[in-house]
Design a protein. Structure first.
Lengths: 528, 317
């Protein structure tokens, strides 16, 4: 118990002291805009479905919405949980109660001052329609004893609760109480962020403008991840939906766009040579991955899976899939992240054809068809499958690509265990969120590797995974993560190929734009 | 004529019902659902289940179909799953975009297509004929996404005359509209010019062989009047049919062209709806497009009567 108390204290002290440090440092030199004004036009590839952040986990929605919304807690530049609309977060020693003291004087875009009444209503809506509402399953109830104190009471203590709670995948953003009755996908984008909503023309653009009533978080001196001290220097930002990569590049070259993302790798050399354009690579954006189907031959055979793993040349796969924008990466965390480990290194990027052939022979492989389920909506997934198929043909496997569009391939992967052996996808947000999120897809109830019903989920992996969630100390959880990753790789419950680099690009007159998981428009200005 | 029009309108009702039934059935048979798109590639299965529940996609097929037709009976086409707004509203928002670009494109198509066709027919087997037909053929042959990108590179990147894409409503800024609509309209038009030019040419050649043209020339009428007064009006009868088809194509938009130029028109709306399995949007959008096509067909039939006095739509005919 005393161990647990220390953990809670450590976690919270880390969060709160960061904020406290921010106050001290902040008073010295808080960010102020060297220049205010202008409209920044940012071209993004993916279409925005809705700006109801409770009901979308897509990057395209988050790109825009998280410039308008804020949550009680969020993640900093290194993905650590930090307070945002909360001034202070305190946990009881038994981990059963969390108390959030709200920052005072925070305004919504409708002019109203935020109180716990809005926080309660926002949590109620999240519990009802938030698509990641499962993170609140461990919560018994929430209450607001006064206008500035919000309390969460747990059903069971969960050491990683704040980690889950501060997730930006589907963040629990705070919106005015009167806005929370909206049905799913239909909530007006009213938040407390530095930018407020102007217009959304589907398939065309979203326009936001500076919120003059914005109150920056005084605990910080500069933007920090999704939080920090944020200031809107720009008058307006227009997120233009430009699905054609060539058009995004052309718009950057002409100056019609100040920034863009997902610029094709083939155009990057030309853009780099252009003095008016600056490339902002964001390494480790997602893990390119294939997950097997253990319920369908021949991938029900461990030896066959290990043969496939032994044959793969990850450099070749990643080079082709990303046009060179990648890093080799073992497993499910990136170097620099708290849970990063090289456990299972010996299984990665072996390129050992002799070993692969021997394993196939040992496994009794008789030329059964191996079906790679992929899609062309995400070309990197398709290309990874294509290169992998060629590499496996080289060891004598009978490989076939099954190409569908993205929704159909996901449905097939989720609902059937027949007719496919590997499913191609990418782990983006979850990998960046930390150890427990990075491996959640392999754990019950998801079990993306489709274990046979009679076998059930891999017991050893599940044991390690549970230890990541429930380990008393960070070291215990990290050790459990290493074991879990090693188990996944040893049993070939997934084939992580490497990490993809996302490239954001801005014109050289855009100042202070730092690559991040969303295009952050705060603390960015356009040179005169 | 009035009775004919009313009869045609009544006949169109079962067609529209059939369209809605087929579109509903086919889309439900296609694997995949909008939850996957809303959730994105990193959504967990639990998140996807929650999305399905939010959108009512967890309901049985017959319940979803019943809801759709109950709504349709009230004039409610439903609500787009992905846009979160009524289908009718989403569709109506796109009509001015697609209509204005379609009209602009139609003007270009008519001018270029009929001009090329008439010149080619009048100068048959000359260099002008070859040049006009080659131009028409190139327009048909070029992939529209490639043509669009080439136009962007030429007119936006190198010359800097036009923006790379986007759309400015006519009523907000006519000059802005012209600048944003020109490249999509030209791209769409060049695809249709070839078809129209070839139909015009072959029809014109046939008409020029008719006895009444020979008679007109024998009477000593100037060639210009022979062509303009006697030949051209007769050429228009088959051409009108083609024009009707072309305009319906232009109006329903081109997913590719609208994507290249980031134009929020009907084409991109329906294209996105299909790719993202937005069932109500697909059904509503297809109903709109089907209605527009039926009306266009009716208009073409009515125009026949104007151009060809032999065509009459009264009860005795």
């Amino acid at each position: 118990m005393s161990h647990a108390r220390k953990t809670w204290k450590f976690t919270l002290l880390a969060a709160v002291s960061a904020a406290a440090f921010g106050v001290t440092a902040a008073s010295a030199q808080q960010f102020s805009c060297p220049r205010k004004g202008g409209t920044l036009v940012f071209a993004q590839e993916a279409k925005v479905n809705s700006l109801d952040q409770y009901t979308s986990s897509t990057i395209s929605t988050r790109n825009v919405a998280m410039n308008m919304y804020e949550a009680l807690m969020t993640r900093d530049e290194n993905m650590n949980p930090i307070p945002e609309l909360a001034e202070k977060v305190t946990a009881s020693e038994d981990g059963m109660t969390y108390t959030f003291n709200l920052r005072r004087g925070v305004k919504f875009h409708n002019g109203k001052t935020m109180t716990t009444e809005d926080v309660v209503a926002s949590f109620d809506r999240y519990k009802k329609v938030g698509i990641d509402r499962g993170i609140l399953d461990v919560v018994d109830k929430w209450e607001a004893p006064d206008a500035h104190t919000f309390i969460i009471r747990m059903k069971v203590a969960q050491p990683t609760f704040l980690e889950n709670f501060s997730s930006f995948s589907v963040p629990i953003v705070i919106t005015p109480k009167e806005n929370t009755d909206a049905p799913p996908m239909q909530m007006k984008p009213i938040g407390t962020g530095p930018f407020e909503f102007v217009e959304f023309v589907a398939d065309s653009h979203v326009r936001i403008k500076r919120f003059d009533g914005y109150v920056p978080n005084p605990a910080y001196k500069d933007i920090d991840g999704f939080g920090g001290y944020k200031v809107a220097c720009l008058d307006q930002v227009v997120f233009r939906i430009v699905t054609e990569p060539g058009a995004r590049v052309a718009g950057l070259e002409t100056g019609e766009f100040h920034g863009a993302e997902d610029v094709p790798a083939k155009s990057q050399a030309a853009l780099k040579a252009n003095p008016n354009i600056v490339l902002k690579p964001l390494q480790n954006f997602w893990v390119q991955i294939a997950t097997p189907n253990l319920s369908f031959p021949p991938t029900d055979n461990l030896k066959v899976r290990q043969a496939i793993q032994a044959a793969l040349d990850m450099e070749e796969i990643m080079e082709a899939a990303t046009d060179g924008a990648y890093r080799l990466n073992i497993g499910f965390q990136y170097p620099g992240q708290a849970f990063y480990t090289e456990a299972g290194k010996e299984t990665y990027n072996q390129k050992n054809i002799a070993k692969a052939k021997k394993l196939l022979q040992d496994g009794g492989y008789k030329g059964e068809k191996l079906i790679l389920l992929t899609n062309k909506d995400y070309t990197n997934m398709y290309t990874a499958a294509l290169v992998m198929s060629e590499q496996l043909k080289a060891i004598g496997m009978n490989v076939e690509l099954l190409v569908m569009d993205w929704p159909a391939s996901v449905q097939k992967q989720q609902n059937t265990t027949d007719g496919w052996n590997f499913f191609f996808t990418g782990y983006g947000t979850n990998t960046s969120l930390g150890g427990i999120a990075a491996l959640r897809f392999h754990a019950p109830p998801f079990n993306t590797y489709k274990p046979k019903k009679e076998d059930g989920p891999d017991k050893e992996f599940v044991e390690h995974f549970n230890a990541i969630a429930n380990g008393k100390t960070l070291d215990e959880r990290k050790a459990a993560f290493a074991k879990a990753q090693a188990r996944v790789l040893d049993q070939v419950l997934a084939l992580p190929f490497g990490s993809l680099t996302k490239v954001q690009v801005v014109r050289s007159n855009v100042e202070n734009f730092r690559p991040f998981r969303i295009p952050r428009m705060s603390n960015v200005w356009i040179k005169g | 004529m009035g009775r004919y029009v009313v009869a045609r309108l009544i006949q169109s009702i079962p067609v529209l019902i059939l369209v809605s039934v087929i579109s509903f059935g086919i889309m439900k048979l296609v694997p995949g659902d909008p939850a996957v798109l809303i959730g994105g590639p990193t959504a967990t299965p639990a998140e996807l289940d929650n999305i399905r529940q939010n959108l009512g996609l967890d309901q049985p097929f017959h319940v979803q179909m019943g809801r759709f037709y109950a709504g349709l009976a009230r004039g409610d086409l439903g609500r787009s799953l992905l846009l979160g707004k009524p289908v009718l509203e989403a569709t109506i928002e796109r009509i001015p975009v697609s209509l204005s670009i379609a009209l602009y494109s139609m003007v270009l198509t008519l001018f270029l297509g009929i001009s090329c066709g008439v010149i080619a027919a009048l100068k048959r087997n000359s260099w002008a004929d070859q040049a006009a037909m080659a131009f028409a053929l190139i327009g048909v042959s070029l992939p529209n996404f490639w043509l669009g990108l080439m136009l962007i590179i030429l007119f936006s990147v190198h010359l800097g005359w036009l923006p790379t894409g986007g759309y400015v409503p006519w009523q907000n800024d006519p000059v802005g509209w012209f600048r944003t609509a020109t490249m999509p309209a030209v791209t769409l038009a060049l695809l249709q010019v070839g078809l129209l030019a070839r139909i015009t040419r072959s029809t014109m050649l046939e008409v020029l062989r008719q006895d009444y043209i020979r008679t007109a020339r024998a009477k000593g009428l100037p060639e210009f009047l022979v062509i303009a007064k006697h030949a051209f009006k007769n050429v228009m009868i088959p051409v009108i049919t083609v024009i009707g088809v072309i305009f319906s194509v232009l109006l329903s938009g081109s997913v590719v062209v609208e994507s290249v130029f980031s134009v929020p028109g009907i084409g991109s709306l329906l294209g996105s709806a299909v790719l993202r399995r937005d069932y109500p949007m697909i059904q509503g959008g297809l109903l709109f497009v089907a209605t527009a096509l039926l009306m266009l067909n009716l208009l073409v039939d009515v125009l026949y009567a104007y151009f060809d006095p032999r065509v009459r739509y009264d009860s005795r005919s």
